[in-house]
Design a protein around this ligand. Structure first.
Ligand code: PEP
Ligand code: MG
Length: 582
């Protein structure tokens, strides 16, 4: 048994679980040390093709099983795996080694996996590192079939366990049965990895990034508590910690059940201010739960996820289907569709963007759309056509100047003209909005307000740009702080500009769903907040207990603060403590 340890990793999927550890052995096999005879080359190619066929069949069946359970977005990760097996560069390299060096198929596959994985790993880019994991994952599956090895077998035990692995791939996660595997701990990985996305969708608590932090490796049989929200792991904890966590867990569960009772209540403060609690989505699958939790609209549809995990741009019909379904599902409730926001940390494999020194300041979002007007118009046409099926609005990301919004609107008009000529129906008066997420836009909010019907403040990027702190860089993560007075001032001024101009304003960054910030929004008179589905109920609970008058007073004090610590002291307490000890 390992000694007692308390570790802090990255909380990648929330939830608290206690259980015994099962340490997953790494996927390493011995490879045959033989050369192929020239007369056996054809048979070796056939063996490779068989292995590929079997791997593809297996991937497709996992994907189908999974999309029924957890939805399209995470399971579409397996499309990326299928694409790797169809990738001519990957396959030519393998065939080349067999043909020129007379090596066995499994040796060739292993060499090519290692080559690509090393190449991607060397890049200082989290996204490419995640792609390396995909290649390793799919390559290991192919190796498994070529070598005729069984899957790693997890213990057949009636007692649920916590899986501990060096790293976890989406395939491995997909094989897990959540009633057996109640939590996962990995040494490598980050919150934006595919595995993290899937763990959240499967509601399996996950803590990542323990590399180099363990005094001793965790062993099978060690008792673990994992706290997926805080990123904490307790190895062989004391009885006191165990009872404390049992209490916390019970409170959290009871509180969630309680919260479900207010799901369909209107979000109104004690003194009668209505707050529209809307949801941020990346796919249609999130809509059912959003409706169950009482979302009154989609405040942000991040459409870039419709473009991900595929090998080509979605065409107009494909996009129209998705936007139309969202509009129909939400009925009269607004659905704000944001146009493609790729670049920086969100990449599309088939849109090969050049490497940039500063991608966050680079070719991204509306800058790409205004450059690739073919892509942009296709998307605009699809969005326009969806307007006849519900209450659709369009939102442009990362607007920096009046010129940009005018260009975007001109292209929207061109798309309308085309549809008119083709006799395709759409609503002429589709409301147009922009994200306020670049400081320059906030500073000219009065000018931009003349151009559009609504603003949506993107606090995630706005914080990053105001503070000059990369939101993806873990070394300066402590400096990424939306409660800095500079950020609060720019937000306040944007809200005031929108009010003066008489246009609608909402907030869709993470800060909108942070219960601590509610007095700030209420005090400012912001009444459209859009957030991830999990934040809807805790926030509504706070709204129901809040008073606008008090929030206005609190805002005055907050705006006089000189440090973020003072600001936070005036804000509401974080969600979990009140949730647990209510
Ligand atoms: C934001 O920047 O606050 C935002 C909502 O957009 P994203 O997180 O998709 O960049
Ligand atoms: Mg943004």
């Amino acid at each position: 048994m390992t000694t007692r340890q308390t570790l802090k990793g990255i909380g990648a999927s929330s939830g608290i679980v206690t259980g015994k550890a099962f340490v997953l052995p790494s996927w390493e096999w011995e490879l045959p040390d033989k050369m192929i005879d020239v007369t056996d080359l054809a048979a070796e190619f056939e063996r490779l093709s068989d292995g590929i066929r079997t791997s593809k069949r297996e991937i497709r069946s996992i994907k189908n099983e999974l999309s029924d359970v957890i939805g399209g977005e995470p399971s579409s990760i397996f499309d990326a795996h299928l694409a790797i097996l169809d990738d001519p560069i990957f396959m030519n390299e393998i065939q080349g080694i067999i043909q020129r060096q007379y090596k066995a198929a499994e040796v060739a596959v292993k060499e090519v996996i290692d080559k690509f994985v090393n190449m991607f790993d060397l890049l200082d880019d989290d996204y490419m590192k995640e792609r390396a994991l995909d290649i390793k994952d799919v390559g290991n599956r192919l190796l498994k079939h070529l070598l005729g090895k069984p899957d790693v077998v997890l213990p057949e035990t009636s007692e649920p366990f916590i899986l501990v692995a060096k790293e976890i791939s989406p395939s491995q996660l997909a094989h897990l049965n959540p009633s057996h595997v109640i939590g996962v701990v990995t040494m490598a990985g980050g919150v934006t990895s595919h595995a993290a996305i899937m763990a959240r969708a499967m509601a399996v608590p996950l803590v990542m990034g323990l590399e180099g932090k363990l005094d001793q490796p965790i062993q099978t049989g060690d008792l673990l508590i994992i706290d997926g929200e805080e990123g904490l792991i307790y190895v062989n904890p004391t009885d006191a910690v165990i009872s404390e966590y049992k209490l916390l867990q019970a409170h959290l569960e009871a509180n969630l059940e309680n919260l479900k009772r207010i799901a369909l209540e209107q979000a109104k403060t004690l003194d009668g201010t209505e707050i529209h609690l809307e949801v941020n989505i990346t796919s249609l699958k999130e809509l059912d739960q959003a409706l169950q939790y009482g979302a009154v609209g989609v405040g942000l549809f991040r459409t870039e996820f419709v473009y991900m995990d595929r090998d080509a741009f979605p065409n107009e019909e494909e996009q129209y289907d998705v936007y139309r379904s969202a509009a129909e599902k939400m009925g009269h409730r607004p659905v704000i569709i944001r146009t493609l926001d790729v670049g920086a940390d969100k990449q599309l494999e088939y849109l090969s963007l050049n490497e940039e020194e500063n991608p966050v300041l680079g070719y991204r979002a509306i800058r790409i759309s205004l450059d690739r007007t073919d892509l942009f118009k296709t998307q605009l046409r699809a969005i326009l056509r969806a307007t006849v099926h519900g209450n659709v609005k369009v939102l442009f990301p990362m607007i920096t100047s009046v010129d940009e919004i005018r260009q975007a609107k001109a292209l929207l008009e061109e798309a309308k003209d085309e549809l008119r000529r083709e006799g395709l129906p759409f609503k002429e008066d589709i409301p147009v909005g922009i994200m306020i997420e670049v400081p320059a836009a906030a500073l000219i909010a009065d000018l931009l307000a003349e151009e559009v019907e609504f603003f949506s403040i993107g606090t995630n990027d706005l914080t990053q740009y105001v503070l000059a702190v990369d939101r993806m860089n873990e070394h300066i993560a402590h400096m990424y702080d939306p409660y800095q007075p500079g950020v609060l001032r720019i937000i306040r001024d944007t809200v005031l500009a929108a009010k003066r101009a008489g246009i609608e304003l909402g907030v869709c960054g993470e800060m909108a769903g942070d219960v601590r910030a509610l007095p700030f929004w209420l005090g400012l008179g912001v009444n459209h907040l859009s957030m991830s589905v999990q934040s809807l109920l805790p926030l509504k609970q706070r709204v129901l207990q809040a008073r606008t008058e008090e929030a206005v007073k609190r805002l005055e004090q907050v705006m006089r603060c000189t440090t973020s610590a003072q600001v936070k002291a005036l804000m509401d307490p974080p969600a979990r403590l009140t949730a647990a000890f209510k």
